[in-house]
Design a protein around this ligand. Sequence first.
Ligand code: NAD
Length: 371
Amino acid sequence: MGHRVTLIPGDGIGPEVTDAARRVAEATGVGIEWDVVEAGEAAIRSAGTPLPEAVLESVRRNRVALKGPITTPIGSGFRSVNVALRQQLDLYASVRPARAIAGEGTRFPETDLIVVREATEGLYAGVEHWVDRDHTAAETVNVITRKASDRIVRFAFELARRERRRKVTAVHKANIMKTTGALFQTAFREMAAHYPDLPADERLIDNMCMQLAKKPEEYDVLVTTNLFGDILSDLCAGLAGGLGIAPGALYGEGIAVFEPVHGSAPKYAGQDKANPVAEILSLELLLRHVGEAEAAERIWRAVWETIAEKKVVTYDLALPGYTRRPVPASTCSAMAREIARKVPLVDLTAPRPAPRAAAGTGAGLDPNLEA
Ligand code: NAD
């Protein structure tokens, strides 16, 4: 049976990495009909707005989308398309697994973390204004509700249970943010009581960053508010091997959008240089979501083998300064071709490589899947 999936190529390196993902999708043999819609800079040119209604309609209709990164101009210009998309489709759970792959590009080859980030409110709620006419003072409101806090911490505990993870850590700043931080903390503590099988603990955001930089292997599932989650997921991506290999998923009620953690990396746009793996592993999560577990597993293993073999990898996994064993850097399209070539050859009976022995399968990341 075929699947109809919205595809948003995005800006900068977006079209290159989504092309790469499409090539790999084709190699799985799964029938996917791509409903391609433009958002971001391309949509401004063609439709006069960065987020045309047609994009939202397409995602609502198909219930599932693969997205490339979209540029957000700093300070001025249009509001973030990414933030608007999450709010308008109520994609409240941003799930970002940070798993080292074959020990490449990382000083922490055991890294195997999942950041669960609330994605609709917090400091990204868009409630901000200048305090005075001269623009010498400004305020951004941190919107935290009990409803959104409850559903994101429940999501994290359910995910941890399905994935057979070791513990759930809430990350907040309740000592300073005595209302918003405390509200999130209380939601976490009360929800943790319903999951006695799962160890739960808490860290202040500043301490969490230090702990992760020293001993990431001691942490597992991290659940947090919007801004902290944005920062932590880049940090965790760095620990696992860089933004080039970090996939992501956004879940709402019966709707899901899959996108890499990285942005549009404008300096590499059009150079066929970016690592396609983050987008390809976002496709892998998408395929699990639509029930194509075998195809997803083939992709995951083909990516692992390609990186472990290190014959055809992009600059971020190849060059001195990025890796202990420098090799010539390949292009984005060459790496995608290599992964696609391997997909049908994967031996699914071989043991699944994992950053650490206790890691889950990855299949349970998706709330729509049974463990
Ligand atoms: P970025 O993630 O685009 O780039 C940061 C650095 O990471 C790049 O210079 C590059 O060295 C590296 N990098 C990123 N992706 C890579 C890849 N696939 N392969 C190899 N290296 C890669 O972050 P930025 O420069 O802060 O943001 C650029 C634009 O992207 C901004 O407009 C930002 O708002 C937007 N952005 C969008 C999303 C999204 O669409 N979800 C996420 C983050 C940033």
